[in-house]
Write a protein that binds this ligand. Structure first.
Ligand code: UFG
Length: 342
């Protein structure tokens, strides 16, 4: 039987590269499309090394519809996983037009070209950011979405709406939106991982760079929140586990196991961890020191959010498997690999 082929947009990026590895290991063919605007070709080379497969790569901007159309003409994939997007919350406030332009145009092109070429299945990278500050924990897929607090968050909500409406109009197509909680960690091989450009904005890359001596001191943004230790709470999901959720989503659509042609799943562990707990755990499992100090709250931060992942557990047959200890070890192994630390 011919192998199913999946187009992975943003496949050179953090989550895209890990997902490509898992797709290949699950027996799929993959075509990677990436404009390398916030990623490196080295990640594609590492994915080829890990899998032993010479995965085709097209350096194309998904916003360039004509260039993207040529990829649809060239390859016979049935499914698309769309990661390609701008993802920094703070930057989106400074450059809203860039975010609306990139994230909406590329997604419109994905679904538009899929419809034009009769390609069936799409997975969209959504985010728990669509829930805003939830009134009740943990959040289920039924928890109401709150008005977005950043252009980035707004693009996630709008793309979900575009997908919902498109799939209603075209019942021959299928789609799944995965609402990720906080992805962290790296591949067990330490060959791929998160590669932030400049000063990291997210917690774990800042922690690993501080441990590696690249940053002097981690600021913990707020210790006076109404949480047990005063710091914010998140649901940190291992990136390899998250990658496997995409394989499960594709398998569900390819295998005709989906109940509706548009479905939404929370992808988290179900466990809330505070910033202070995470930093202490990182120090403990890796036996390294992370200089840190308490700093003022960061504007726009959600106090606490964690997932109820039972829908994904039951319907996708997917569950987060790696422990927080393993994940934090993998994050440190990756940082050491990058910096040549023994
Ligand atoms: N934090 C610090 N110090 C830092 C960086 C972060 O204390 O140097 C804290 C934040 O205040 C927050 C927690 O660590 O409490 C996690 O922050 P991240 O920036 O790592 O992640 P966020 O939860 O803010 O954002 C992430 C993704 C977004 C996504 C959002 C959804 O980066 O893309 O989750 O809630 F939209």
């Amino acid at each position: 039987m011919k192998k199913q082929c999946v187009l992975v947009s943003g496949g050179a990026g953090y989550i895209g590269s890990h997902t490509t590895v898992e797709l290949i290991e699950a027996g799929y063919d993959v075509v990677i499309v990436d404009n390398l605007s916030n990623s490196e070709i080295g990640a594609v080379e590492s994915v080829r090394r890990i899998t032993g497969v010479d995965i085709p790569f097209e350096q194309v901007d998904c916003c360039d519809r004509e260039a993207f159309r040529k990829v649809f003409e060239k390859y016979e994939f049935d499914s698309v996983i769309h990661f390609a997007a701008s993802k920094a919350v703070g930057e989106s406030v400074q450059k809203p037009l860039l975010y609306y332009g990139n994230n909406l145009t590329s997604f419109m092109n994905v679904v538009g070209l899929m419809h034009e070429f009769g390609r069936q299945n799409v997975v969209f990278s959504s985010s728990c950011t669509v829930y805003g500050e939830p009134d009740k924990q943990p959040v289920t897929e039924q928890t109401p979405r709150k008005p977005a607090t950043s252009p980035y968050g707004n693009t996630k909500q709008t793309c979900e709406d575009i997908l919902r409406d498109t799939l209603k109009a075209y019942p021959e197509m299928k789609g799944i939106a995965l609402r990720y909680f906080n992805p962290i960690g790296a591949h067990p091989s330490a060959q791929i991982g998160e590669l932030p450009r400049g000063v990291p904005q997210n917690l774990v890359p800042y922690v690993t760079q501080t441990a590696a001596g690249l940053r002097e001191c981690l600021s913990i943004f707020g210790d006076d929140y109404p949480t047990p230790d005063g710091s914010c709470i998140r649901d940190y999901i291992d990136v390899t586990d998250l990658a496997k959720a995409h394989v499960a989503a594709i398998g569900r659509m390819v295998g005709d196991k989906n109940k509706e042609n548009y479905e939404i799943f929370n992808i988290g562990t179900g466990r809330g961890v505070s910033v202070l707990e995470l930093v202490n755990k990182f120090e403990e499992v890796n036996g390294v020191k992370v200089n840190h100090k308490i700093a003022p709250r960061r504007e726009g931060d959600i106090i606490a959010i964690w997932a109820d992942p039972s829908l994904a557990n039951n319907e996708l047959g997917w569950k987060a498997e790696r422990t927080l200890d393993e994940t934090l070890k993998s994050a440190w192994e990756w940082e050491k690999h990058l910096r040549g630390i023994k």
